[in-house]
Write a protein that binds this ligand. Sequence first.
Ligand code: SF4
Ligand code: FES
Length: 362
Amino acid sequence: MPEPNPPIALLAELTHRCPLMCPYCSNPLELVQKQQELTTDTWTRVFREAADIGVLQLHLSGGEPASRRDIVELTAAAHAAGLYTNLITSGIGLTQARLAALVNAGLDHVQLSLQGARPEMADRIGGYKGGYDRKMRVAELVTDAGLPLTLNAVMHRQNLADLGQTLDLALSMGARRIEVACVQFHGWATRNRASLLPTESQVEQLKKDIAIARDTYRNRMAIDFVPPDYYSDFPKACMGGWGSTGLVVSPAGQVMPCHAADSIPGLAFESVADRHLGEIWRSSHAFNAYRGTDWLPQPCQSCERRDVDFGGCRCQAAALAADPGATDPVCRKSPYRPKVDAMIEDMTSRASASDLTYRKFG
Ligand code: SF4
Ligand code: FES
């Protein structure tokens, strides 16, 4: 197998601990406990190793990364390693003093999650009373500090009607960019699929609304849109292709090609505790299992989109076809597509809006 290109981005899942209880959490069913988390020293070494192998961007994520007491130290370590550092946060746990310390440590960017455009919706979906107000305050602190702010808004059956309000709110919060992402069904989120999966008519309306909004907000706020996988004719190139541009380190140190990869049975992930990040990237079995296109099955192997989507998402294939090496089942050419259509029909025809199973750490 030829030597892979260097990775561009590292997603460091510092912790699975989180004060919110979002039903669409994509973290695994089995969470890493605090005592299993990597130490400050190990993360510091990992950031250096990442920079050495060519990583440019570091996303500090979780769970809630601010749940780590050493978040300022970790940010300083990442900055010292020369990485562009982005904090992906719910905002809970970020005080004025802590944010000032993060800025001093060299934080470059903040990505703030938005659970809803109205306090009732945000606090209900996040399962955290007062979360909306805290978030508004954090957005103010971020923009006052001169840091660029991106908002992450997860859209689902219960909040798609609030798109306009969500975009207006994002602009008023000072966001330069918003990512409107339809819920992805990995990890815990699969438990709430019947309550969160949008209907086909909602999705059609959403696509039209996004096109209009991009025009309306032009030059004021960029709008990224992640459409729902299940309604696509062809899959997305998940992670830009397995093991091609990015890597993920779990709170306990497992190195994975994507954040949901440990849902794939039979794949073993090496740990930063045992090997240099670069060696794992280049030669670990998990990274090489689905790298490139040689491994692709039919119909992908002879498809004109082979080098566009690389057969889609391995985690989705494992979840929906019980075969991580299969063509992504959402693809119109996949033999599993009728099964996906039947599942959509089933999921969107039952479940009431209140049927949510909340995520709780511990
Ligand atoms: Fe992509 Fe494979 Fe479907 Fe072609 S057949 S569009 S390569 S998933
Ligand atoms: Fe794992 Fe797509 S989420 S490959």
